[in-house]
Design a protein around this ligand. Structure first.
Ligand code: PMP
Length: 285
């Protein structure tokens, strides 16, 4: 039986219906803040330190000083998982700029720390078995001279617009290009291809979020002796790949079998994708 989540706000726990922040919070008014999406597997927070490090890096990049230390944040997340008695689930960790005046000036804001522990909503099982279809969105990923895509900020509008393009085309994910027209990533997942037994993914400077699942897959590939390289790629490389898959904390590893109505490889999840999925499953236990 699932009970109502207990939400952490600035060191206190509230029932879901009572968990509230000010409408003057700049996170709400301007998307001014940072966040993380983290998995809990078998009662353990997966890649906890990596997520906390990325959160603090994102915060530093936007001049947001998180009022507690990284170690205290780790404790707060653990405490929230315990409070919710969750063995498998999803954590949404958010740090907003906090409540201020109606202008953009953040100087009067006191950051809010919010931790939600809840169930994860996954892609349908059939998509994991058969692979998913994606389309290229016309909305590009953040230009590097704007908020860097490495910052996991509360400003996800580019990705949301691209996601809507995907949904309108009947797809669950959409491919986003960078300002140079190169493949960047999907709206909430990183992308990999396999060509001639070599695993490839765009480098971080293609303008992507440095996904923690992406980095885990790179480590697994090294352990499994799968040749790997980071390389810029075009849509042509995706269309002509032998295999393609996406990675993310929520999605884990999911095959892509069609992009822009081109069937990829055999049109089914490929052997290297499956090998990495198995290794990932073994890792999360
Ligand atoms: N790219 C974007 C834009 C994302 O939002 C996410 C999800 N956080 C990812 C990639 C995958 O990152 P991770 O593996 O750290 O969840």
């Amino acid at each position: 039986m699932s009970t109502s989540p207990r939400i952490y706000i600035n060191g206190k726990f509230y029932d879901k219906m009572e968990a509230k922040v000010s409408v003057y919070d700049h996170g709400f008014l301007y998307g001014d803040g940072v966040f993380e999406g983290i998995r809990i597997y078998n009662g353990k927070v997966f890649k906890h330190k990596e997520h906390i490090d990325r959160l603090y890096d994102s915060a530093r990049a936007i001049h947001l000083t998180i009022p507690i230390s990284a170690n205290e944040m780790i404790q707060a997340v653990e405490q929230t998982v315990k409070e919710n008695n969750k063995k498998d689930g999803y954590i949404r960790l958010i740090v907003t700029r906090g409540a201020g005046s109606l202008g953009l000036d953040p100087r009067k804001c006191e950051p809010n720390i919010i931790i939600i522990v809840d169930d994860i909503s996954l892609y349908p099982k059939a998509l994991y078995e058969n692979g998913m279809e994606i389309v290229t969105a016309s909305t590009i990923r953040n230009h590097p001279n704007a908020v860097n895509a490495r910052v996991k900020s509360l400003n996800y509008l580019n990705n949301i617009l691209a996601k809507i393009e995907g949904i309108r085309a009947g797809c669950q994910e959409a491919l986003m290009l960078n300002h140079k027209g190169e493949v960047a990533e999907c709206t909430g997942d990183n992308i990999f291809i396999v060509k001639n037994d070599k695993l490839k993914t765009p480098p971080v400077d293609a303008g992507i979020l440095e996904g923690i699942t992406r980095n885990t897959v790179i480590e697994l590939a090294q352990q499994l002796n799968i040749p790997f390289m980071e390389t810029s790629m075009s849509r042509h490389d995706v269309y002509t790949a032998d295999e393609c898959f996406l990675t993310g904390s929520a999605a884990e590893i999911i095959a892509v079998t069609k992009c822009d109505e081109r069937s990829i490889g055999s049109g089914k999840p490929g052997p290297i994708t499956k090998k990495l999925q198995e290794a990932f499953k073994a890792l999360i236990g």
